[in-house]
Design a protein around this ligand. Structure first.
Ligand SMILES: Cc1cc2nc3c(=O)[nH]c(=O)nc-3n(C[C@H](O)[C@H](O)[C@H](O)COP(=O)(O)OP(=O)(O)OC[C@H]3O[C@@H](n4cnc5c(N)ncnc54)[C@H](O)[C@@H]3O)c2cc1C
Length: 472
């Protein structure tokens, strides 16, 4: 039987793309076999006009210039870990993947910078920097797949934002290619540059709708010489907030992670199919994973232990388990990072990453959870989050799937966010999945300025068409 999805296209556009890149870097027809749209759905094959694999910025520029002339929609693929449906394509979209542009160009130990191509995987940056006693602090569960272009375009956050900021605070220089092929290159290593508009910030977090990221320069910090972590059980939400303030003051700037996990989620993360056990007894309403990065392991550990003992004495915390070895550290962080364990326990899973001010979080999660569990088709609600950043994730299980039910669940989660001054996306972005809810986070005027920017930088709307907002 002929699979019409796998037939090759011989349009003038494809012929010109082959002239630019060579046939081996323009995948179509049978050559699309084995390619997918997301790491969680690898068995579902990719629908696309073709996948193009440039090796240089100049090739990216030629591809976009050609697509712009043909009004051809182009969708960027990075590591395919994004959580807002942006990398799902139809057979009319050309997929541009920078996976072959995966060179670490330079580590500059004196400037404390790293210059990389957009296809480099986050974990490869971490590995490389181990050779230089430097740290790129961006860290999240998908680090083994997420690529520079993807995490810049989504302004990824993760587990150490509280201390080091989101991706946008870590980018010093950027090279992007605009929809018409224009190359904007500013790969400077300087921290201060007030010479007019900070153009790079336009492309960070704009989810590939304004340009294609091809290279970046990141700010680094000296590698910490100490790392201390603990899981802590807490009885009351106000105590969670008090604990954050207590530890931040007591650790004098070295607190780098403060992850909150609600009780049901903690139990789910530490029971089958999880391969890790719980370091603390079940039964407390809240579990907090903390991390402190400093300069002297012995001294810092003593201070860390003393602070936790004081917190226990002051009844700020119920119990704590401290990581004493490298394998303890891995065990503790695997519990928090391996969210696949939660997903495995869900059917028709839906993921959320809302942002609200820290004091509102306790009530918001309690009320939202109750309303969600009152929906007959919702059978599990897991909550966890980057508490110190005011960022809460929900992972939901439902007994069936349809758009009306999805929307009903979305409305429960998003309903109060406008009044609370929150956001429908703290870090994953808007993409396709949250487009309908953008006006909860942004005013009409803000959305209009976004449209103006999109129209002026990409008048034909070829880049990541239909992501974030529709532009007529
Ligand atoms: C297990 C897991 C844990 C996660 N944890 C976190 C977390 O803690 N914090 C967080 O912020 N995110 C998290 N994410 C979401 C995801 O990892 C990030 O959004 C990630 O940064 C996306 O990178 P990627 O390379 O996979 O991009 P993709 O998923 O491939 O693409 C994401 C977006 O970027 C665009 N894009 C890709 N490459 C380019 C380019 N070169 N130029 C322009 N646009 C481009 C795509 O078109 C798409 O719109 C998690 C995801 C998973 C699966």
């Amino acid at each position: 039987m002929v699979n019409f999805n796998n037939l090759s296209d011989t349009s003038p556009l494809i012929e010109d793309l082959i002239k630019i890149l060579g046939a081996d870097k323009v995948l179509q027809g049978e050559k699309l076999t084995g390619r997918y749209e997301h790491i969680w759905t690898m068995s579902k094959s990719l629908d696309a006009l073709a996948v193009v694999l440039p090796e240089t910025t100049q090739e990216v520029s030629s591809i976009l210039s050609l697509c712009n002339q043909h009004n051809q929609p182009v969708t960027m693929h990075g590591g395919l870990t994004g959580l807002v449906g942006s990398t799902v394509t139809s057979k009319h979209e050309l997929v541009l993947s920078l996976e072959k542009m995966n060179t670490i160009i330079e580590v500059d130990k004196s400037s404390r910078t790293i210059t990389v191509e957009a296809g480099v995987i986050l974990e490869s940056i971490h590995e490389e920097l181990k050779n230089h006693d430097l740290l790129f602090p961006l860290n999240f569960g998908a680090k083994g797949s997420a690529q520079v272009g993807g995490f810049i375009s989504t302004n990824a956050g993760g587990l150490r934002v509280f201390r080091y900021g989101m991706t946008r605070e870590l980018v010093l220089g950027l090279e992007v290619v605009l929809a018409d092929g224009t190359i904007l290159s500013s790969l400077k290593k300087i921290i201060k540059d007030n010479s007019g508009y900070d153009l790079k910030q336009l492309f960070i977090g704009s989810e590939g709708t304004l340009g294609v990221v091809t290279k970046a320069v990141f700010k680094l910090v000296e590698a910490p010489r100490s790392r201390n972590s603990a899981w802590i059980a807490v009885n009351d939400f106000q105590q969670v907030i008090d604990l954050l303030k207590f530890l931040d003051a007591g650790l004098a700037g070295t607190l780098s992670g403060f992850e909150l996990v609600w009780s049901e989620t903690f139990e789910a993360l530490t029971s089958s199919p999880a391969t890790v056990k719980a370091p603390l007894a079940y039964g407390s309403p809240y579990y907090v994973l903390i991390e402190s990065l400093g300069g002297d392991q012995m001294k810092d550990q003593q201070q860390f232990e003393a602070l936790l003992a004081e917190a226990l004495e002051k009844k700020l915390i119920d119990d704590a388990a401290i990581a004493y070895t490298e394998s303890d550290l891995q065990w503790f962080w695997q519990i928090r990072e391996d969210v696949r364990v939660l997903i495995a326990q869900c059917t028709h899973n839906q993921q959320y990453d809302v942002s609200i001010s820290i004091p509102e979080i306790g009530n918001y999660v309690k009320e939202t959870r109750e309303q969600l569990m009152a929906i007959p088709e919702v059978d599990k609600v897991f909550a966890l989050g980057h508490l110190a950043d005011g960022n809460i994730h929900f992972s939901l299980s439902k007994t069936r799937e349809d758009d009306a039910l999805k929307h009903r669940v979305n409305q429960v989660i998003y309903a109060s966010l406008k009044d609370l001054g929150g956001s429908v996306s703290a870090e994953h972005g808007i993409g396709i999945d949250k487009k309908r809810y953008l006006s909860i986070s942004r005013t009409e005027e803000e959305i209009e300025v976004m449209r103006l920017l999109k129209k002026s930088l990409d008048p034909n709307g070829i880049l990541n068409r239909g992501r974030i907002l529709d532009v007529s």
